[in-house]
Write a protein that binds this ligand. Structure first.
Ligand code: TR5
Length: 130
């Protein structure tokens, strides 16, 4: 089975703890196609969509949340909030259903080390994923 370019690129990225491109989006230094924003979360369309609808839900304060597996017990409320926002916006943009994905670490093909939920829909999603 061949490994896609996207996965190969992701495998080369390491969690350095440094600011990522998402910090620049949050700061407004790089534009995004915004879907929703509140005090805790920012939601914007993915620049390289894998489905007709593909947006990302991210925490505005990364606070060590480089990846899901770094989440601390005191961050459960933030995680719940992000999932709730993903569901709210998913229902609006993908009324027929949607898929939420979190890529975690190298084997998960994570490429940006600032926690993000992918929400994808607008077509029949297939299973199993690759
Ligand atoms: O591979 P993981 O799960 O880490 O997902 C990172 C996602 O960020 C990918 O789906 C990328 O397409 C997406 N991405 C990367 C950039 C970017 C973006 N989405 C919106 N806007 C973006 N800008 C401006 N720059 C990126 N480098």
């Amino acid at each position: 089975m061949s490994t896609s370019d996207e996965v190969q690129k992701a495998q080369a990225v390491q969690d350095t703890g440094s600011p990522t491109i998402f910090d620049k989006i949050i700061a407004g230094e790089i534009p995004c196609n915004k879907v929703y924003e509140d005090e805790t979360a920012l939601v914007f369309h993915d620049v390289n969509p894998q489905a007709p609808v593909h947006f990302l839900v991210i925490p505005k304060q990364r606070a060590g949340l480089t990846q899901l597996s770094n989440a601390r017990a005191e961050q459960k409320d933030i995680l719940g909030h992000l999932l709730f926002v993903a569901a709210q916006e998913g229902q609006k943009l993908c009324p027929g259903g949607y898929r939420i994905v979190v890529n975690d670490g190298k084997d998960g093909a994570q490429s940006v080390y600032h926690l993000h939920l992918h929400v994808m829909g607008g077509r029949q999603m297939q299973w199993p994923p690759g």
